[in-house]
Design a protein around this ligand. Structure first.
Ligand code: HAM
Length: 442
């Protein structure tokens, strides 16, 4: 008896586990199913398309899976993304692929693989799609999230492009009625001036090693710039006195940064200099920025310049000017919602077709096509047969007109038009149904 009891218990556990797997999306991944939500997503997709079109970006769709090495070489082996957050899989053929944690590296790969450098430069590209990071899910931080990205590749390393990428990003977010954005901006130097700064920063933190957190002690040797990004209270305190990049700029970086700020001034875009802003991806040089809404603690968008990425991917031997930004779509949508952005969910049909009996059902399915051609939305419940049930549904859907089509109407080639408010019914020839409905809807 105890044996049976035990095995029954086991079965129960297996069943519960199975249920959990079958009826739950993976942690940090969400379904977008409410019509109101779909409407906001549609709005932002449309706005992205219009904004991109205006500023001259063409759409690019890269695969969601790329060779994992692309991200290891671009985001950096020591970055959180590569160390902790990538979803990596091995294919049956033995390839190591990763669900893209971000879009920029894949776009750079496509730029070279597809010979896009032969097009007029710089090339402006934009994308919209899901990204994947194995993070601890919390508000505004998911494992599957979407980005709208803008990238300007090739051409000259001109500060005007940095300003234009920021402008494009800000304008898109403003278009969905999120105002009062703050652009936090910094310049993290280039391969000529950054090493001296890095050394100074390392020395500063080295002298305070016993006061910083465990993660920062590790960062000290592998990625010292990331020390500035630590949110630990003690580390934040130490950061306040840390050396800043601006004191180490070479003439080019100083001139470039000044240029970017002057363009932003010209555009009337407000920004805040943040000398401690560094980014979680290793491919950046020069300009880096993050964009915040007034009540958002998470960045709505971020980006920067990545002139050395082409070299890091071994696509060429010299740098390729490049700058870009990505918007976190879920974060923008959350703000749209909290600010009461109203969205017109697509109108429900004003007409409902009721059919009774197999011959009527067969003709009904064809009649619906006539309404589609005429651009009149029509509701139906073709799986149901009884007049009462279908009338109830039509009533619940609040339609103005019900069309009633039974055996007799099929035989006489008529259809009944019922005004749902008054209950008045009229029989009209079947081939005049669309015309008569249109007249009444006017
Ligand atoms: P990122 O800062 O890692 O940069 O991500 C860009 C934006 O994506 C963030 O500002 C945020 O709004 C959103 N985001 C990031 N992680 C999550 C998450 N777990 N859940 C929800 N939203 C998130 C990049 O990805 C770079 N590729 C940006 C870029 C483009 N740089 C140059 N070009």
């Amino acid at each position: 008896m105890p044996k049976i009891f035990k095995s029954q218990k086991k079965e129960k556990i297996v069943k519960t586990k199975e249920k959990k797997v079958l009826f739950q999306s993976p942690r940090g991944m969400h379904d977008i199913f409410l019509p109101e939500d779909q409407c906001l997503w549609e709005k932002i997709r449309e706005t992205a398309k219009k904004t991109a079109d205006f500023y001259g970006y063409s759409r690019i769709d890269a695969p969601i899976l790329e060779f994992a090495e692309i991200f290891e070489k671009s985001a950096g082996e020591a970055s959180d993304i590569v160390e902790k957050q990538m979803f990596v899989l091995k294919t049956r053929g033995g390839d190591r692929l990763a669900l893209r944690p971000e879009g920029t590296a894949g776009i750079m790969r496509a730029y070279f693989q597809r010979g896009l450098s032969s097009l007029p430069q710089p090339l402006k590209l934009f994308y919209f799609g899901p990204m994947f990071r194995h993070e601890a899910p919390q508000a505004g931080r998911y494992r599957q999230f979407h980005q709208i990205g803008f990238e300007i590749l090739g051409g000259e390393n001109d500060p005007v492009y940095d300003a234009q990428v920021i402008l494009t990003t800000v304008r898109l977010i403003e278009e969905v009625k999120i105002k009062n954005l703050t652009v936090q901006i910094n310049n993290i130097g280039c391969r000529h001036c950054r090493p001296a700064y890095r050394k100074k920063l390392q020395a500063y933190y080295h002298a305070r090693q016993n006061k910083i957190c465990k993660d920062c002690r590790r960062r000290l040797s592998v990625n010292p710039l990331r020390l500035l990004d630590c949110k630990n209270e003690d580390c934040e305190e130490i950061k306040k006195e840390a050396p800043i990049m601006i004191d180490f700029f070479c003439a080019d970086c100083r001139g470039h940064f000044k240029g970017v700020l002057e363009y932003l001034d010209e555009l009337g875009l407000s920004y805040a200099l943040n000398p401690y802003l560094v980014r979680g991806l290793d491919y950046y040089n020069g300009t880096v920025f993050e964009i915040f809404g007034d009540e958002s603690k998470n960045a709505l968008a971020s980006g920067g310049r990545y002139d050395y990425l082409a070299e890091a991917l071994k696509a060429r031997k010299s740098s390729l000017p490049a700058v870009g930004s990505s918007i976190g779509v879920e974060r923008v949508i959350e703000l749209m919602k909290s600010r009461g952005f109203s969205c017109a969910v697509s109108a429900s049909p004003k007409v409902f077709l009721i059919q009774m009996g197999e011959p009527a059902k067969k003709k009904a399915i064809r009649l619906i096509e006539e309404f589609r051609k005429a651009g009149v939305k029509i509701g139906e419940s073709l799986g149901k047969d009884s007049l009462g049930n279908q009338l109830k549904i039509a009533d619940r859907k609040n339609v103005e007109i019900a069309l009633i089509f039974g055996q007799r109407e099929v035989f006489e080639e008529n259809i009944i038009i019922r005004d749902m408010k008054s209950g008045v019914q009229e029989t009209v020839p079947l081939n005049k149904a669309v015309e008569e409905v249109k007249k009444r809807l006017k």
